[in-house]
Write a protein of this length. Structure first.
Length: 452
């Protein structure tokens, strides 16, 4: 009989050999998302406890997105030409500090300002992290890499809301999740500073790690992986590090990237609505704050478990089938939310919807990577993130006002936004607009790969 334990150890060793160099970045993402998730179910209730109305709540929530909108393109451009590690560490430190300051400065203007600063910091982290993933993987494993990235994000998102909601209940106030987020912001910054290599690792088509300069690769469970790959690193150590030439910024204007950006706008519309309305919506239907925290866990669990598998599907079958499925399910879920009269059905449906929205996000990340010009990976991710963030601004500000006008209106807005951007994005992807705008006839940026 085969030795099951030996087979298991061999599989773990193979996984670490391939993906181990990405663990510092993934681990830091998990840690900070625990804190971020802890604040989400409590933030609307905390703001309203200060006597702030729902419309102003929407503006405060949008402050984070406005800061991110401004910062993502710039820091994406910056990350393509400078070391990404200090940028990501500074981001995590700022996020942690601003969370704690929200307990001290509680006027509407102060809360908006602190959310705005936290959004700028978030815009520093996202493009650098996703650009590192693109540069660290080959085309055949990129979807799976983004699947793991989504899984680690959602791991924090699953546990964080439960910790925040139950912590607030146990300690009798809203301060706990903000302190928790502050501490984890500092912890994740220290973790990333200690373990993240200064330069991206490269995984070739044979799935072999080609550099091992991460401290994690020299200790503990990764020691054997380091030994097996050290000979490759030794051979390449003497070679000068080649900085790839950059395609012109105009190469970003291709139909693959533009289609992903448009559809991503619709996906991000939903996040702004969840941030502002979801806790208020469930409590209005009769749920408790603990139930709200549980539903945020349910939102994250499907993506956490399935994201790596989803990534492999995207690598194997392409992005488009999963873009179509994700958008259709999200529109259907929004209609259910608008029609519900008790909290159980929306809580079940949101779990199903979350799995498909996670699949959609993974497929869109792969599309952005496929549409990224040479040497512009972080900038492309920054543009994608910035446009998506503008959707969060629109939906956060609109959903507060819509909620006060009618409690089903935010979800009809959700359905219309996802459906409209899906149809427009698919028209762009098909090349329909190429007859009017020649650049939108390009499938990929390779045609414009001349150096800037």
């Amino acid at each position: 009989m085969p030795d099951i334990r030996a087979i298991g150890r061999a599989r773990i060793s193979a996984w670490l050999r391939h993906w181990g160099p990405l663990l510092p970045l993934l681990g830091a993402t998990l840690i900070v998302m625990l804190g971020f998730g802890a604040v989400i179910p409590v933030l609307p209730l905390f703001v309203q406890s200060k006597g702030i109305d729902a419309t102003t709540l929407g503006i405060i929530v949008a402050g984070w997105a406005i800061g991110r909108l401004i910062s993502e393109p710039f820091f994406g451009w910056w990350a393509d030409s400078h070391s990404r590690k200090p940028q990501m560490v500074a981001s995590l430190l700022i996020v942690g500090i601003t969370a704690v300051l929200m307990l001290v400065f509680t006027s509407a203007a102060a809360l908006f300002t602190l959310r705005f600063i936290a959004g700028i910091a978030s815009g520093m982290f996202g493009p650098a992290a996703r650009g590192s993933l693109v540069d660290a993987t080959d085309k055949g494993s990129r979807g799976q890499a983004f699947g793991y990235f989504s899984a680690f994000q959602m791991g924090g998102f699953v546990l964080g809301p439960a910790i925040g909601a139950f912590g607030s209940s146990v300690f009798g106030g809203f301060a706990f999740p903000f302190v928790f987020m502050g501490v984890l912001g500092l912890v994740s910054a220290a973790f990333l500073w200690r373990f993240q290599p200064a330069h991206p690792h490269v995984v070739d088509p044979l799935h072999r790690v080609r550099t091992v300069d991460s401290p994690l690769a020299k200790t503990g469970v990764l020691a054997s992986a380091a030994a097996e790959t050290r000979f490759v690193a030794d051979e390449e150590a003497a070679a000068p590090r080649q900085v790839p030439s950059q395609a012109p910024i105009s190469a970003l204007f291709n139909r693959v990237l533009i289609a992903a950006v448009i559809i991503g706008f619709g996906l991000q519309l939903t996040f702004g609505i969840y941030d502002v309305v979801w806790p208020l919506y469930l409590i209005d239907l009769g749920a408790s704050i603990e139930w709200v925290g549980l539903t945020f866990m349910l939102i994250g669990i499907p993506s956490m478990i399935l994201a790596p598998i989803m990534g492999r599907w995207v690598d194997r079958y392409g992005s488009i089938p999963f873009v179509v499925a994700g958008c259709l399910v999200m529109v259907g879920a929004a209609i259910v939310f608008a029609s519900a009269w008790e909290p159980l059905l929306p809580s079940v449906v949101v779990t199903f919807e979350a799995g498909f929205s996670g699949l959609l996000a993974t497929a869109l990340f792969a599309m952005v990577a496929g549409g990224s010009p040479r040497g512009r990976t972080s900038l492309a991710q920054g543009v994608y993130g910035s446009v998506g963030t503008s959707a969060i601004i629109v939906s956060a500000m609109a959903s507060g006002a819509l909620w006060e006008s009618g409690k089903t209106y935010p979800f009809w807005f959700f359905a219309a936004g996802v459906a409209g951007t899906f149809l427009l994005g698919m028209l762009v992807y098909s090349g329909f607009f190429g007859r009017f705008v020649p650049q939108l006839g390009r499938v990929a940026p390779a045609e414009a790969d001349s150096p800037a």
